[in-house]
Design a protein around this ligand. Structure first.
Ligand code: IPE
Ligand code: IPE
Ligand code: MG
Length: 238
Protein backbone atom coordinates (compact mmCIF):
# COMPACT_ATOMS: atom_id res chain seq x y z
CA UNK A 1 0.00 0.00 0.00
CA UNK A 2 1.33 3.49 -0.82
CA UNK A 3 2.26 5.53 2.25
CA UNK A 4 -0.06 8.42 1.35
CA UNK A 5 -3.14 6.21 0.91
CA UNK A 6 -6.13 7.73 2.70
CA UNK A 7 -7.79 5.11 4.87
CA UNK A 8 -11.57 5.56 4.76
CA UNK A 9 -13.40 5.32 8.07
CA UNK A 10 -16.25 3.32 6.52
CA UNK A 11 -15.82 1.06 3.49
CA UNK A 12 -18.89 -0.62 2.07
CA UNK A 13 -18.98 -3.40 -0.50
CA UNK A 14 -21.77 -4.68 -2.73
CA UNK A 15 -20.51 -8.24 -3.09
CA UNK A 16 -21.61 -9.25 -6.57
CA UNK A 17 -20.72 -11.84 -9.19
CA UNK A 18 -20.77 -15.13 -7.29
CA UNK A 19 -23.10 -16.79 -9.79
CA UNK A 20 -21.05 -15.69 -12.79
CA UNK A 21 -17.86 -16.86 -11.10
CA UNK A 22 -19.36 -20.32 -10.59
CA UNK A 23 -20.70 -20.34 -14.16
CA UNK A 24 -17.22 -19.68 -15.53
CA UNK A 25 -16.00 -22.78 -13.65
CA UNK A 26 -18.90 -24.83 -15.02
CA UNK A 27 -20.41 -25.16 -11.53
CA UNK A 28 -23.70 -24.36 -9.80
CA UNK A 29 -24.28 -20.80 -8.53
CA UNK A 30 -24.13 -21.90 -4.90
CA UNK A 31 -20.49 -22.90 -5.37
CA UNK A 32 -19.73 -19.22 -5.99
CA UNK A 33 -21.49 -18.20 -2.78
CA UNK A 34 -19.41 -20.67 -0.76
CA UNK A 35 -16.20 -19.37 -2.34
CA UNK A 36 -17.32 -15.78 -1.66
CA UNK A 37 -17.13 -16.45 2.08
CA UNK A 38 -13.33 -16.58 1.74
CA UNK A 39 -13.36 -13.11 0.20
CA UNK A 40 -15.39 -11.83 3.16
CA UNK A 41 -12.70 -13.13 5.49
CA UNK A 42 -9.85 -11.69 3.39
CA UNK A 43 -11.45 -8.23 3.17
CA UNK A 44 -12.38 -8.15 6.86
CA UNK A 45 -8.83 -9.12 7.86
CA UNK A 46 -7.27 -6.55 5.53
CA UNK A 47 -9.65 -3.78 6.57
CA UNK A 48 -8.95 -4.36 10.27
CA UNK A 49 -5.19 -4.51 9.59
CA UNK A 50 -5.04 -1.14 7.83
CA UNK A 51 -7.26 0.69 10.30
CA UNK A 52 -10.69 0.82 8.65
CA UNK A 53 -13.20 1.39 11.46
CA UNK A 54 -16.36 0.17 9.72
CA UNK A 55 -16.59 -2.43 6.96
CA UNK A 56 -20.10 -3.06 5.70
CA UNK A 57 -21.11 -5.79 3.29
CA UNK A 58 -24.31 -6.15 1.28
CA UNK A 59 -24.91 -9.88 1.64
CA UNK A 60 -28.60 -10.35 0.79
CA UNK A 61 -31.17 -7.86 -0.43
CA UNK A 62 -34.92 -7.89 0.12
CA UNK A 63 -35.19 -8.54 -3.61
CA UNK A 64 -32.94 -11.61 -3.27
CA UNK A 65 -35.83 -13.42 -1.50
CA UNK A 66 -37.27 -13.81 -5.02
CA UNK A 67 -34.43 -16.13 -6.06
CA UNK A 68 -35.05 -19.90 -6.33
CA UNK A 69 -35.81 -21.37 -2.91
CA UNK A 70 -32.80 -23.67 -3.04
CA UNK A 71 -30.40 -20.76 -3.57
CA UNK A 72 -32.02 -18.72 -0.77
CA UNK A 73 -31.72 -21.70 1.58
CA UNK A 74 -28.06 -22.20 0.69
CA UNK A 75 -27.31 -18.53 1.35
CA UNK A 76 -29.05 -18.65 4.73
CA UNK A 77 -27.22 -21.88 5.62
CA UNK A 78 -23.89 -20.29 4.68
CA UNK A 79 -24.72 -17.27 6.83
CA UNK A 80 -25.59 -19.50 9.77
CA UNK A 81 -22.40 -21.55 9.40
CA UNK A 82 -20.15 -18.51 8.95
CA UNK A 83 -21.56 -16.85 12.07
CA UNK A 84 -20.72 -19.78 14.33
CA UNK A 85 -17.37 -20.60 12.68
CA UNK A 86 -16.13 -17.00 12.62
CA UNK A 87 -17.07 -15.93 16.15
CA UNK A 88 -13.69 -16.87 17.71
CA UNK A 89 -11.82 -15.00 14.95
CA UNK A 90 -14.00 -11.93 15.46
CA UNK A 91 -13.25 -11.97 19.18
CA UNK A 92 -9.52 -12.61 18.69
CA UNK A 93 -9.32 -9.58 16.41
CA UNK A 94 -11.66 -7.42 18.50
CA UNK A 95 -14.16 -7.09 15.67
CA UNK A 96 -17.73 -6.25 16.56
CA UNK A 97 -20.44 -7.73 14.33
CA UNK A 98 -23.73 -6.03 13.49
CA UNK A 99 -26.37 -7.54 11.20
CA UNK A 100 -28.81 -5.01 9.76
CA UNK A 101 -31.95 -5.41 7.68
CA UNK A 102 -35.51 -6.63 7.80
CA UNK A 103 -34.59 -9.51 10.09
CA UNK A 104 -38.23 -10.40 10.79
CA UNK A 105 -38.14 -12.36 7.52
CA UNK A 106 -35.35 -14.69 8.75
CA UNK A 107 -35.82 -18.10 10.34
CA UNK A 108 -35.84 -18.33 14.13
CA UNK A 109 -32.56 -20.25 14.40
CA UNK A 110 -30.69 -17.74 12.27
CA UNK A 111 -32.17 -14.83 14.23
CA UNK A 112 -31.03 -16.48 17.46
CA UNK A 113 -27.52 -17.07 16.13
CA UNK A 114 -27.29 -13.44 14.96
CA UNK A 115 -28.33 -12.17 18.39
CA UNK A 116 -25.79 -14.48 20.01
CA UNK A 117 -22.83 -13.36 17.86
CA UNK A 118 -23.84 -9.70 18.11
CA UNK A 119 -24.00 -9.91 21.90
CA UNK A 120 -20.73 -11.86 22.21
CA UNK A 121 -18.83 -9.42 19.99
CA UNK A 122 -20.35 -6.27 21.48
CA UNK A 123 -17.00 -5.02 22.74
CA UNK A 124 -16.71 -1.59 24.39
CA UNK A 125 -13.70 -0.58 22.29
CA UNK A 126 -13.70 -2.65 19.10
CA UNK A 127 -10.87 -2.42 16.58
CA UNK A 128 -13.43 -2.54 13.76
CA UNK A 129 -17.17 -2.96 13.32
CA UNK A 130 -18.21 -5.44 10.63
CA UNK A 131 -21.72 -4.77 9.38
CA UNK A 132 -23.59 -7.36 7.37
CA UNK A 133 -26.68 -6.18 5.53
CA UNK A 134 -29.08 -9.08 5.39
CA UNK A 135 -32.60 -8.95 4.00
CA UNK A 136 -31.92 -5.25 3.57
CA UNK A 137 -33.10 -2.66 1.09
CA UNK A 138 -32.62 1.09 1.14
CA UNK A 139 -36.30 1.83 0.45
CA UNK A 140 -37.36 -0.51 3.26
CA UNK A 141 -34.96 1.27 5.62
CA UNK A 142 -36.23 4.74 4.70
CA UNK A 143 -39.85 3.63 4.97
CA UNK A 144 -39.43 1.98 8.39
CA UNK A 145 -37.62 5.13 9.59
CA UNK A 146 -40.39 7.39 8.31
CA UNK A 147 -43.06 5.28 10.01
CA UNK A 148 -41.26 5.26 13.35
CA UNK A 149 -40.58 8.97 13.19
CA UNK A 150 -44.20 9.75 12.28
CA UNK A 151 -45.33 7.68 15.23
CA UNK A 152 -42.88 9.35 17.64
CA UNK A 153 -43.96 12.82 16.51
CA UNK A 154 -47.68 12.05 16.27
CA UNK A 155 -48.55 14.57 18.99
CA UNK A 156 -45.85 17.09 18.10
CA UNK A 157 -46.33 18.70 14.66
CA UNK A 158 -44.00 21.59 15.55
CA UNK A 159 -41.23 19.14 16.47
CA UNK A 160 -41.77 17.26 13.22
CA UNK A 161 -41.63 20.48 11.18
CA UNK A 162 -38.32 21.37 12.82
CA UNK A 163 -36.73 17.92 12.30
CA UNK A 164 -33.47 17.86 10.35
CA UNK A 165 -31.96 15.20 8.11
CA UNK A 166 -29.67 14.25 11.01
CA UNK A 167 -32.78 13.68 13.15
CA UNK A 168 -34.21 11.45 10.43
CA UNK A 169 -30.94 9.52 10.10
CA UNK A 170 -31.30 8.37 13.70
CA UNK A 171 -34.30 6.26 12.70
CA UNK A 172 -32.41 4.37 10.00
CA UNK A 173 -30.97 0.97 10.96
CA UNK A 174 -27.49 2.48 10.57
CA UNK A 175 -28.01 4.89 13.47
CA UNK A 176 -24.63 5.55 15.12
CA UNK A 177 -22.64 4.31 12.11
CA UNK A 178 -20.98 6.99 9.96
CA UNK A 179 -22.07 7.15 6.31
CA UNK A 180 -19.88 5.09 3.97
CA UNK A 181 -16.94 7.02 2.52
CA UNK A 182 -16.77 4.59 -0.36
CA UNK A 183 -18.99 1.93 -1.88
CA UNK A 184 -17.17 -0.71 -3.91
CA UNK A 185 -19.20 -2.94 -6.23
CA UNK A 186 -17.63 -6.02 -7.74
CA UNK A 187 -18.46 -7.74 -11.06
CA UNK A 188 -18.49 -4.53 -13.11
CA UNK A 189 -22.09 -3.52 -12.35
CA UNK A 190 -22.72 0.19 -11.92
CA UNK A 191 -25.93 0.38 -9.96
CA UNK A 192 -26.89 0.76 -6.34
CA UNK A 193 -29.53 -2.06 -6.38
CA UNK A 194 -31.58 -0.58 -3.55
CA UNK A 195 -28.64 -0.54 -1.12
CA UNK A 196 -28.14 2.28 1.43
CA UNK A 197 -29.95 4.98 -0.55
CA UNK A 198 -29.93 7.69 2.10
CA UNK A 199 -26.51 6.97 3.61
CA UNK A 200 -24.59 6.90 0.30
CA UNK A 201 -25.59 10.46 -0.69
CA UNK A 202 -21.92 11.51 -0.79
CA UNK A 203 -20.10 8.17 -0.94
CA UNK A 204 -17.50 7.63 -3.61
CA UNK A 205 -18.61 4.82 -5.92
CA UNK A 206 -16.06 2.35 -7.27
CA UNK A 207 -16.99 -0.39 -9.70
CA UNK A 208 -14.41 -3.13 -10.27
CA UNK A 209 -14.58 -5.90 -12.87
CA UNK A 210 -13.34 -8.58 -10.43
CA UNK A 211 -16.04 -11.08 -9.43
CA UNK A 212 -16.63 -11.29 -5.67
CA UNK A 213 -14.99 -14.74 -5.09
CA UNK A 214 -11.79 -13.34 -6.66
CA UNK A 215 -11.87 -10.09 -4.67
CA UNK A 216 -9.17 -10.63 -2.04
CA UNK A 217 -6.53 -8.49 -0.29
CA UNK A 218 -4.79 -7.16 -3.40
CA UNK A 219 -8.02 -6.15 -5.14
CA UNK A 220 -9.34 -4.56 -1.94
CA UNK A 221 -6.17 -2.47 -1.48
CA UNK A 222 -6.24 -1.46 -5.16
CA UNK A 223 -9.80 -0.17 -4.73
CA UNK A 224 -8.68 1.89 -1.74
CA UNK A 225 -5.85 3.37 -3.84
CA UNK A 226 -8.51 4.41 -6.35
CA UNK A 227 -10.53 5.98 -3.50
CA UNK A 228 -7.40 7.88 -2.41
CA UNK A 229 -7.21 9.56 -5.81
CA UNK A 230 -10.79 10.86 -5.61
CA UNK A 231 -11.42 14.50 -4.80
CA UNK A 232 -14.45 14.84 -2.51
CA UNK A 233 -16.04 18.25 -2.87
CA UNK A 234 -19.51 17.84 -1.32
CA UNK A 235 -20.95 20.36 -3.75
CA UNK A 236 -18.51 23.08 -2.77
CA UNK A 237 -15.75 24.84 -4.69
CA UNK A 238 -12.21 24.04 -3.63
C1 IPE B 1 -23.78 -11.86 -5.18
O1 IPE B 1 -23.58 -12.67 -6.28
C2 IPE B 1 -24.42 -12.57 -4.02
C3 IPE B 1 -25.80 -12.17 -3.75
C4 IPE B 1 -26.45 -11.22 -4.34
C5 IPE B 1 -26.52 -12.91 -2.73
P1 IPE B 1 -24.77 -13.03 -7.27
O2 IPE B 1 -25.46 -14.24 -6.77
O3 IPE B 1 -25.65 -11.86 -7.51
O4 IPE B 1 -23.96 -13.38 -8.59
P2 IPE B 1 -24.28 -12.94 -10.08
O5 IPE B 1 -24.51 -11.48 -10.09
O6 IPE B 1 -25.51 -13.70 -10.50
O7 IPE B 1 -23.07 -13.35 -10.85
C1 IPE C 1 -27.04 -6.80 -5.13
O1 IPE C 1 -26.71 -7.84 -5.99
C2 IPE C 1 -27.39 -7.34 -3.78
C3 IPE C 1 -26.30 -7.95 -3.06
C4 IPE C 1 -25.04 -7.95 -3.40
C5 IPE C 1 -26.68 -8.56 -1.81
P1 IPE C 1 -27.78 -8.44 -7.02
O2 IPE C 1 -27.05 -9.39 -7.87
O3 IPE C 1 -28.96 -8.95 -6.29
O4 IPE C 1 -28.22 -7.12 -7.82
P2 IPE C 1 -28.85 -6.94 -9.26
O5 IPE C 1 -30.01 -7.89 -9.36
O6 IPE C 1 -27.78 -7.29 -10.25
O7 IPE C 1 -29.22 -5.50 -9.33
MG1 MG D 1 -25.62 -10.32 -8.84
Amino acid sequence: MESNTKIPEHVSIIMDGNGRWAGKMGKERVFGHAEGVHSVRACAETAAEIGVKYLSLFAFSEENWERPQEEVETLMRLMMKSLSVELPTLLENRIRLRVLGNLSRLGDNLKKEIRKVEAASDLPDPRMTLIVFLSYSGKWDILQAAKQMASDFAGDPAGLAAATSDDFGKYLVTNGIPDPDVVIRTSGEMRISNYMLWQTAYSEFISVETLWPDFRKEAFLAALEEYSRRDRRYGKVK
